[in-house]
Write a protein that binds this ligand. Structure first.
Ligand SMILES: NC(=O)c1ccc[n+]([C@@H]2O[C@H](COP(=O)([O-])OP(=O)(O)OC[C@H]3O[C@@H](n4cnc5c(N)ncnc54)[C@H](OP(=O)(O)O)[C@@H]3O)[C@@H](O)[C@H]2O)c1
Length: 237
């Protein structure tokens, strides 16, 4: 394992939950962290942290993504790590009640947003090149086809499965530019998204996920196009 320190890290969706914990742990390790928050003024968990700069980004808006990329370009010329963490679950409804709007809203935030973030940063030359970059797309095991034994969850499951295939294409397209694209599953974590339910806390989850990235930095774990959970185990597709 090779500690990640003195790097420039972007955390998208850094206001609370798992994203805020990524911000806190990366900053504590001596990295410079740019947290992208939908409402920076409300991001109480990460305000005032040393080594952290807050920026404004709504991943569901292409205009916002473009404007944000222009802003972060003024803050740094290269990003070593991009944690694409913003996500929504959407309404908890089954087959009889899921709507067109439920499907689209979840897809836009969980799949289109992360793709546009990478597209904008790559277009501006902020990823890869002479120094490597790692893009970590935060997905969910709920988006695993093999793991789906309980059905339902149409919007969330499909949006994360779509993010997974987006990550796969990014991992192929950006490899020649020295960019590694990988998928992370946080586990079942006690956050607002789960209504406080879960098997682990966000500290444990994020420490494990950063461990996966540190194994990658040490060259002991393949990250390009792969999918790991916080226990450092490979997740089935
Ligand atoms: N918790 C779990 O058990 C679990 C399991 C598997 C995967 N995940 C994934 O882990 C990630 C974080 O989940 P969480 O549990 O920490 O959820 P959370 O507590 O609900 O936090 C979600 C984060 O995403 C941000 N976000 C949502 N929509 C956004 C948008 N349009 N633009 C910018 N930011 C946006 C939120 O910002 P605001 O404060 O502005 O709303 C917040 O920072 C998600 O991708 C989720 O799918 C979570």
């Amino acid at each position: 394992m090779s500690a990640i320190t003195q790097k420039t890290v972007v955390v998208v969706g850094g206001s609370r939950g798992i994203g805020a914990e990524f911000v806190r742990q990366f900053a504590q390790k001596g990295n410079r962290v740019i947290a992208a928050c939908r409402q920076p003024s409300q991001a109480n968990e990460v305000q005032g942290l040393e080594n952290v700069t807050l920026t404004q980004l709504d991943v569901s808006s292409p205009q916002s993504v473009e404007q944000w990329a222009g802003e972060v370009q003024k803050l740094a010329s290269h990003f070593d790590y991009v944690i694409n963490n913003a996500g929504i679950y959407g309404r908890r409804v089954g087959l009889s009640d899921v709507t067109y709007d439920d499907m689209l809203a979840t897809f836009v935030t969980n799949c289109v947003g992360p793709l546009l973030v990478v597209q904008q940063l790559h277009k501006r030359g902020l990823l890869g090149g002479t120094s490597p970059s790692v893009v970590a797309n935060v997905t969910s095991k709920v988006g695993s086809v093999e793991d789906n034994r309980s059905g339902g969850g149409y919007a969330y499951r499909s949006s994360k499965a779509a993010l997974n295939i987006v990550n796969k294409s990014l991992s192929i397209d950006l490899a020649p530019d020295n960019v590694v694209c990988t998928l992370l599953h946080p586990g079942y974590v006690r956050t607002d998204m789960t209504g406080g339910a879960g098997l682990i806390d966000k500290q444990t989850s994020v420490a494990g996920l950063i461990g996966v990235l540190e194994d990658g930095a040490a060259g002991t774990r393949e990250l390009q196009g792969t999918w790991h959970d916080y226990k450092r185990e490979v997740v089935p597709w």
